[in-house]
Design a protein around this ligand. Structure first.
Ligand code: NA7
Length: 546
């Protein structure tokens, strides 16, 4: 039996970076009554689930892949490496939840099985595990951009009798690869981070690769005490700079390739490769993601590096990507290409030698059979849209999100959806999300959402909703922005190409700081693109008291 006596101002779904900050900000800064729910057994979201060996932040990190709003928080957390490990990010998020006393308002191990909008009450009601219902005026979906694991459906895969793990659902108990024959499917960030670690233990690792990748050396190293102290000291300025510069505090180099000779350009590529991280993409030449010829030159440079590192020429050739550099998620690795120089690692190129079926103890490809004890699926996610479609909220007139997004993932400002009043997404489709520094993006989006809520309250309004026209216009803008780049030309999860049948659409806003300026101006100019309803609760109270 269900009961409906839990009423909140806001419900937050998810307790990763976005959800934890939303709970803190809405509760502690706005004074709202908030409750958060998460199906996981701990806080951390993506960082709770993705605990495979070698998991690290794949963007410029310590101390910038973290909350930025509090100098005290910056001062008290001791980051130790330049490329933060999963364990360290998770410990930080647990510390954050404890420090701000968030746990008392988070219900873990609790799935939200349904969410529907009640037009008359101007409220969202959710049904959680056990059938209990809880309602709130605002539904904040911090459900994660990389949440719904993509599991391949090869014939017989479920008959495989050995251990099988998806990188995005890694077990909490330690997995031992000692003396085991391991098959890894997938060479995105997760596969490329995990493979060198697994190879250290396993008897043999067979990598099944569908698409070779441009992976750049992470050059992870200890973060010195002086560096950290310097960042802390200059935090206000660094933060200011992050706000202005797409989430990254340091100036990126803007130069025209045509001002340099081919030799000079190669010297620049060499220097940036040595420096490591994503510098080759962001600090080489401005047009690298727009100009096909320039991109081809950088692509060739990386292929040359792969040829230098990997000793067996046949394996090196298989590892060479042929799509536009940087148009799939750039990967930062710690010894990935080197791993193929080990005797216990071999590569199967699925484009030449596809998987035909699994047996209880092997993977059968067109050209052979590979006996394995453990199967690691590093096959990624139904990214950006999957977790919202999984939740499948029902909006105005009972319309479900799955119906709404059947053909296109239309949002307004990447945070709201027409027909879904008072529902806000953090890192939703067409927000900068996965292409921005996510913790900061979550902070800034939440602050905007909080302003919307404040505006409604100040003006005795009960609901706000994006119009279809605004959503369509926004959709065109995002598309046009992406069309100026090479991104849409590549099959990647940015365009949904990794999930069979998913509508193809570029899913991110490409200019983070401009995006947050846009959010700011929409608020300043009275929320163009939204319609509002007076608060029925207030009218009701007036009627009662009057
Ligand atoms: P990704 O980046 O989506 O990588 C998944 C990998 O798995 C990629 O190499 C895929 O090949 C491969 N894949 C997916 N399905 C299959 C099937 N059916 N057969 C063979 N290979 C397959 O996911 P990650 O978890 O590595 O990283 C996700 C993000 O998390 C990452 O970008 C970071 O931001 C953190 P494909 O390239 O699609 O041909």
């Amino acid at each position: 039996m269900s009961k409906n006596d839990e009423r909140y101002d806001a419900i937050v779904i998810g307790s990763g970076f976005g959800g934890l900050y939303a709970l803190h900000h809405l509760r502690d800064t706005m004074g709202l009554k908030v409750r958060a729910f998460d199906g996981a057994g701990g806080v951390g979201g993506t960082w709770w689930y993705n605990r495979y060996p070698g998991a690290r932040v794949d963007a410029p990190s310590s101390p910038f892949y973290a909350y930025t709003f509090s100098q005290e928080l910056v001062n008290e957390w001791e980051w130790t490496e330049t490329q933060t490990s999963q364990a360290s990010v998770l410990a930080y998020l647990e510390h954050f939840a404890e420090r701000y006393d968030l746990m008392k308002d988070i219900q873990l191990d609790t799935w939200v099985n349904d969410a529907h909008y009640d037009e008359a009450a101007q409220r969202w009601t959710i049904t959680i595990d056990g059938g209990e219902t809880v309602s709130a005026q605002f539904l904040i979906c911090a459900t994660g951009a990389l949440f719904v694991a993509n599991k391949p459906d090869y014939p017989g895969i479920d008959d495989f009798a050995g251990e099988c793990y998806h990188t995005g659902r890694w077990p909490h108990d330690e997995v031992s690869f000692q003396g085991k024959r391991v098959g890894v499917i997938g060479t995105g960030s997760s596969g490329i981070q995990a493979i060198p670690e697994i190879a250290k233990q396993a008897e043999h690792v067979t990598v099944f690769q569908r698409t070779p990748q441009y992976s750049l050396p992470a050059r992870n190293r200890a973060l010195t005490a002086e560096e950290l102290a310097g960042y802390r000291e200059g935090w206000d300025d660094l933060r200011e700079s992050m706000l202005r510069r797409g989430g990254w505090p340091f100036k990126t180099i803007r130069r025209n390739a045509s001002d340099y000779s081919v030799e000079e350009r190669h010297e620049i590529y060499e220097a940036l490769w040595e420096e490591g991280g994503i510098h080759l993409a962001i600090n080489s030449f401005s047009a690298v993601l727009m100009d096909k010829e320039l991109n081809a030159e950088v692509s060739e440079f990386v292929r040359g590096k792969i040829a230098q590192i990997v000793k067996d020429p046949e394996t090196a050739t298989k590892l060479m990507p042929d799509y536009y550099f940087g148009t799939k998620r750039l990967i930062l690795d710690n010894g990935y290409f080197d791993v193929y120089n080990r005797e216990n690692v071999s590569l199967v190129d699925l484009r030449e030698d596809p998987i035909e079926a699994f047996t209880a103890a092997s993977v059968r490809t067109k050209e052979g059979e590979h006996a394995i004890d453990i199967l690691v699926l590093a096959t990624g996610f139904d990214a950006v849209t999957g977790s919202m479609l999984n939740l499948n909220p029902k909006g105005r007139g009972g319309v479900s999100l799955q119906q709404k997004w059947e053909e296109r993932f239309e949002t307004y400002l990447g945070t709201t959806i027409a027909d879904f009043p008072n529902l806000f997404m953090i890192h939703g489709p067409t927000s900068p999300g996965v292409l921005y520094t996510m913790p900061l993006g979550g902070e800034r989006t939440t602050q905007w959402i909080a302003d919307c809520i404040g505006y409604l309250k100040e003006n005795d309004l009960g609901a706000m909703e994006a119009t279809d026209e605004a959503a369509e216009k926004w959709d065109r803008e995002i598309n046009e922005m992406a069309a100026q780049t090479l991104y849409p030309l590549t099959d990647s999860w940015y365009v949904g190409a990794n999930i069979p049948g998913k509508p193809r659409q570029f899913l991110a806003h490409l200019r983070g700081s401009q995006y947050f300026d846009q959010l700011g101006s929409v608020a300043q100019e009275g929320y163009e693109g939204f319609v509002f309803e007076p608060s029925r609760e207030k009218t009701h109270e007036n009627a009662v008291s009057g």
